[in-house]
Design a protein around this ligand. Structure first.
Ligand code: TYD
Length: 217
C-alpha cells in the first residue's frame, strides 16, 4: 500500500505474562516526555465495537472455532485501524499498539493451527496493508509467563494449556525470523527496568533513523 501518512506504528507483542503492556505504557510516557505526539492503544478492544468483540472472544464462555476466532480478531482490527490507528498516523503521530498482527500469527496461525496463509490474508484485509514500522517482541518461556499471572481470573485464551502457549511463543519467534528488519526480540525474563532500558534504546535508535531520513527528504 502506498503510504498516505507520516506517523509511525510501533507494535508491542509477547506471550502472556511477558510484561508487554507495562512496557508499552513506559515507552508511551517516555515518548510524551521527549515531546513526541504519541497515542497508546491496544487489541482486542481499542474501540467501542472492539470492546464488545473482546468480551465475546474472552469472557462469555462461548465455544468459538479457530476460523471464527481469527475473523473476530480481524473485525476488531479493521475497526481499530479505521477509527484509531490510521487517523492518528495521518496526523503524524507515533502509535504504540499493544498487540497487533503478530498476535494473530502466533495465537491463531501457530497455536490454533490455522496456518500462515489464512492469517496473513485476514491480517492484510483487516489492516488494509497497514503494517507496523517497528515491533518489539517481549520473549520469555510460557511457563515463566504463567508464574507471573493470577490463575483465578484467567480468560478463555489464558485457560489454554502450557503446550498452546509454548506454540504461541514459537509462533512469535517465527514471525521475528520472517521479518528481521521489523521485529526486535527483547529477553523479557529479566527485571522490568533492564527490559525497559532495552526497549527505550531500540525505540530511540528507530526514531533517530526516522528523523534523520525525514530531514534528508
Ligand atoms: P490482552 O488483552 O493483551 O491480554 P494480556 O493483557 O493478558 O496479554 O489480549 C487478550 C488475548 O487475546 C490474549 O490472550 C492474546 C489474544 N489475541 C489473539 O489470540 N489474537 C490476536 O490477534 C490478538 C490481538 C490477541
Amino acid at each position: 500500500m502506498e503510504k498516505d501518512y507520516t506517523g509511525k506504528l510501533i507494535s508491542f507483542e509477547g506471550p502472556e505474562g511477558s510484561g508487554k503492556s507495562t512496557q508499552a505504557e513506559i515507552i508511551y510516557k517516555w515518548l510524551l516526555k521527549k515531546g513526541y505526539d504519541a497515542v497508546l492503544t491496544w487489541e482486542p478492544g481499542g474501540t467501542e465495537l472492539g470492546r464488545m468483540v473482546r468480551d465475546i472472544l474472552l469472557n462469555r464462555g462461548l465455544a468459538i472455532g479457530p476460523k471464527a476466532e481469527m475473523l473476530l480478531y480481524g473485525a476488531d482490527r479493521a475497526q481499530h485501524v479505521e477509527e484509531v490507528i490510521h487517523p492518528a498516523l495521518r496526523k503524524g503521530k507515533i502509535v504504540i499498539c499493544d498487540r497487533y498482527i503478530d498476535s494473530s500469527f502466533a495465537y491463531q496461525g501457530c497455536a490454533r493451527g490455522l496456518g500462515a496463509d489464512f492469517v496473513e490474508q485476514v491480517n492484510a484485509l483487516a489492516s488494509g496493508g497497514l503494517f507496523p514500522d517497528l515491533t518489539l517482541l517481549f520473549d520469555l518461556p510460557a511457563e515463566e509467563g504463567f508464574k507471573r499471572k493470577k490463575q483465578c481470573d484467567f480468560d478463555r485464551i489464558e485457560r489454554e494449556g502450557l503446550e498452546f502457549h509454548e506454540a504461541v511463543r514459537k509462533g512469535y519467534l517465527m514471525a521475528a525470523e520472517k521479518n528481521p528488519h521489523r521485529v526486535k526480540i527483547i529477553d523479557a525474563s529479566r527485571p522490568l527496568e533492564i527490559v525497559s532500558e532495552d526497549a527505550i534504546s531500540i525505540v530511540y535508535r528507530f526514531l533517530k533513523g526516522w528523523e534523520h531520513n525525514a530531514k534528508r527528504d
